[in-house]
Design a protein around this ligand. Structure first.
Ligand code: SAM
Length: 493
């Protein structure tokens, strides 16, 4: 699988084939290094960019997310402008599009190790065994069990003593000096409550150790800091109180507590009563090693120059990745300049991206513009209703389509359960400003191993790629795609 993906990255002169489109290889390497919701497979992006734009042409994605479209466009020698309101998304996109040299990251990690490893491990030190605990099992506020786990060394269970309890208690109520205060909204869908604070999500000891890491990251060379910060955010879920204990199997079979396994943080803010506190240093180390492995696979790549929008428009940089409201940022791009607008906007109420990313953005110290998000959210306080979503989407699609050259195309990845969201998409055809013709659509296939993003009853399992163009001429390659259909997908409600 990894080799297949590598081949995809290395082939610089063509997109993917119709067969590859039908069987995407899944997220591996750098695309798998950090969690982000709604990640798109590379194959359809490569295919669309290959057939709907020319090398040297401009591709724009106003909702770039984790940067998949930027990776695909730059690999195929297009200029690329990606926009996202979510600060962590833009930093992740920048890493994916223009990865740092692996040797820089190895050096920076050694520096981090020298500065931060001992002070962090001291906070987990168990006098009885003379070494740091890797996993604490908590039941509410009661420390139930402690483990030392290592690669290939199995698991050693240690009964907690008063000293271990006191060590944990030393950090209770610890206030971060480095992490921005989070802003949560009450949203039952993601188990969030507006009154939640950092200490609801992390133990005081974990917050203290994240502070230690943030200070240590300040000391590594500036060029390696973004990747290290992203590794820290990527590990943050596993550093939290949201790591549940898998106990069901043991119970059912009448086994003892020792059959408990470590779960992993998946999505949202569910804080189980029985949960793990995982050693923060180990969580970071696992992530950085994953990053290093991914970078080693990519070593042969050409470097992509990243600048601002102006630099891309004047040919001084190949790519710009901008944090901001797409509606405002698109204004800066001249009308009639993009060969392809290729985008995957938030699909109505499927993922409240900014709410879900709040911990990451707090760790990055990044401010978040919740008000401008295009989304439908259950958090009443945000007033992100379907009506507001439709108004924003209409403006954005209108604005985006005005950026197209007279023969440019728009490829929209989309699905929604409500009629009003679909109407916005349907309106695109024939709208006088856009001058777009609907060419057709095809189902977006994910790899069998991709995580299903929305587990609710009645949740959507398929997405569509809807293709519009200002040119009315048929693009023969599109008609060869499995499931290609010139009608609009049937509305589901
Ligand atoms: C479906 S995701 C994109 C995922 C992306 N295709 C990928 O592969 O990772 C939609 C993105 O739109 C962003 N977004 C929401 N409102 C926005 C706005 N007003 N301006 C720019 N981006 C916005 C969200 O932060 C989210 O990252």
């Amino acid at each position: 699988m990894a080799n297949q993906q590598l081949a995809l990255f290395e082939r610089h002169d063509s997109g993917s084939s119709v067969e590859e489109l039908a069987h995407p290889s899944g997220y591996v390497g750098l695309q798998a290094f950090h969690k982000y919701w709604g990640k798109k497979p590379l194959e359809p992006l490569l295919f669309l960019i290959d057939h709907l734009s020319e090398p040297g042409g401009l591709v724009v994605d106003p909702f770039v997310g984790s940067g998949s479209s930027g990776v695909a466009a730059t690999r195929l020698h297009r200029k690329f402008i990606g926009i996202d309101l979510n600060p962590v998304a833009v930093r992740l996109s920048t890493l994916l599009v223009s990865p740092p040299p692996v040797d820089d990251i190895k050096i920076a990690f050694r520096q981090l190790e020298t500065i931060a490893k001992s002070p962090i491990l001291a906070t987990y030190h168990c006098p009885l065994i003379g070494r740091a605990i890797t996993h604490y099992l908590w039941e509410g506020n009661k420390l139930r069990d402690m483990w030392v786990m290592g690669r290939g060394t199995g698991r050693r269970e240690v009964a907690p003593s008063e000293l271990d309890r006191t060590l944990a208690a030393n950090y209770e109520g610890y206030e971060s000096t480095r992490i921005r205060k989070p802003r949560f909204f009450t949203n039952s869908r993601i188990n969030a409550v507006a009154s939640m604070t950092l200490t609801d999500v992390f133990t005081g000891r974990a917050v203290h150790n994240i502070d230690v890491l943030l200070s240590a990251i300040d000391a590594v060379p500036a060029r390696s800091r973004p990747a290290m910060l992203l590794a820290l955010t990527a590990a943050a879920g596993q550093m939290s109180k949201m790591v549940f204990a898998i106990t069901g199997r043991g119970k059912k079979e009448g086994r003892s507590q020792s059959n408990t396994e470590v779960g992993s943080w998946v999505i949202g803010f569910w804080r189980p009563n029985v949960h793990f506190e995982v050693n923060v240093w180990n969580c970071l180390e696992i992530r950085v090693r994953k990053l290093i492995r991914a970078l080693e696979e990519l070593e042969e790549q050409e470097r992509v120059s990243v600048g601002n929008i102006d630099a891309v428009l004047t040919g001084k940089a190949q790519c710009a990745l901008v944090t901001g409201d797409a509606l405002a940022v698109l204004d800066v791009i001249p009308d009639g300049s993009a060969d392809l607008v290729l985008t995957d906007p938030p699909h109505s109420d499927r993922e409240p991206y900014l709410e879900l990313s709040e911990i990451w953005n707090c760790i990055l110290g990044a401010d978040v513009d919740f008000a401008s998000e295009v989304v439908v959210s259950n958090a009443k306080e945000r007033h992100k209703t379907r009506t507001e979503y439709v108004v924003r989407m209409r403006k954005l699609l209108d604005q985006g389509s005005r950026k197209l050259t007279p023969t440019g195309s728009l490829a929209l990845m989309f699905n929604a359960r409500d009629k009003s969201s679909w109407e916005v998409v349907q309106e695109l055809e024939g709208a006088t400003q856009s001058g777009l013709t609907y060419l057709g659509c095809f189902p977006l296939r994910y790899s069998a191993t991709s995580v299903v993003q929305d587990n609710r009853k009645g949740a959507l399992k398929t997405d569509y790629v809807l293709v519009y163009s200002r040119s009315t001429s048929v693009i023969p390659q599109l008609t060869g795609i499995g499931g290609w259909n010139t009608s609009m997908p049937r509305l589901r409600e």
